[in-house]
Design a protein around this ligand. Structure first.
Ligand code: IP8
Length: 263
């Protein structure tokens, strides 16, 4: 594999957008510790899919796991609560760049032409509780067109009225999928899919109201750990999305259904 495959084409081929959850690729309870085994399995699946042509264009986003979240909580920074302390921004962003560098290295070890894209340097969030994220994607789109695999990550983001807040990998996936006109979207984490109230994987979701109760969406606090909101955002995309665990990654990249299909 090289970075020149696909270069020079005028018609952009819709990419696949893949999120690797931070809890999947790191050991969540040990600060700045990779889950080497899980990361290797994920990188193998990505390399195989590109090698055998199952995927031609791929943008990857990874979460924070025990890198970003550790520093964000130490400095009281979240998606809604920001900081104006440059040292805190450097701590969160620095940790995410370290994790990003590990992911890139393991992908490049497998000949995947992976390059970093750092959201802190690109994006901005408008003021207010639901402040819109503006994430210019021309660098990512151009990298894809030139045959690279851009790898973004949850990060800090400039936020009007707050300083710097956290932008999550899930938010980035939605931005990328919509902005790049993704062909398919995959969200790979430690759970095998979207689970119903009995803990079983829901195979397909095409209507939020039909699953809202099972997802705990009517509870005052989102007991499902944000899954309801994630499902709602993935449903709003044009592209079909899949939410799956590590076992679903290779099938997803081969174009098969995996975990929960959302469209
Ligand atoms: O793990 C958050 O990304 P997530 C990254 O996708 C930081 O929520 C900076 C904590």
């Amino acid at each position: 594999m090289s970075a020149d495959s696909g270069a020079g084409e005028t018609d952009p081929v819709p990419p696949v957008v893949l999120k690797l959850g931070g809890s999947l690729i790191t050991e969540k309870d040990r600060p700045e510790t990779l889950d080497e085994g899980a990361l290797a399995v994920a990188c193998d699946a990505v390399a195989d899919a590109l090698d055998d042509g199952a995927v031609d264009r791929l943008a990857v986003v990874h979460g924070g796991g025990s890198f970003g979240h550790h520093h964000a909580s130490e400095h009281g920074v979240s998606t809604t609560s920001g900081t104006r302390d440059a040292g805190a921004v450097a701590a969160v962003h620095g940790a995410m760049k370290r994790l990003n560098a590990h992911v890139l290295e393991r992908l490049r070890d497998r000949d995947v032409p992976a390059v970093p894209v750092h959201p802190l340097s690109l994006g901005a969030r408008a003021e207010g509780a639901d402040g819109d994220l503006d994430l210019p994607l021309s660098s990512t789109a151009t990298l894809l067109g030139e045959g690279f695999v851009p790898v973004l990550h949850g990060d800090g983001v400039a936020t009007a009225g707050e300083g710097v807040t956290v932008v999550s990998g899930d938010e980035l996936v939605v931005e990328l999928a919509a902005g790049l006109g993704a062909r398919r979207v995959g969200v790979c984490s430690t759970v095998p899919g979207v689970l119903d109230a009995d803990g079983d994987v829901i195979s397909a979701i095409d209507d939020f109201d039909a699953v809202a109760d099972a997802l705990g969406a009517s509870d005052a606090t989102d007991v499902s750990g944000g899954m309801a909101g994630k499902v709602r955002e993935l449903l709003a995309l044009d592209a079909p999305a899949h939410v799956f665990g590590a076992d679903g990654l290779a099938p997803f990249l081969r174009g098969e259904d995996a975990g929960t299909r959302i469209d």
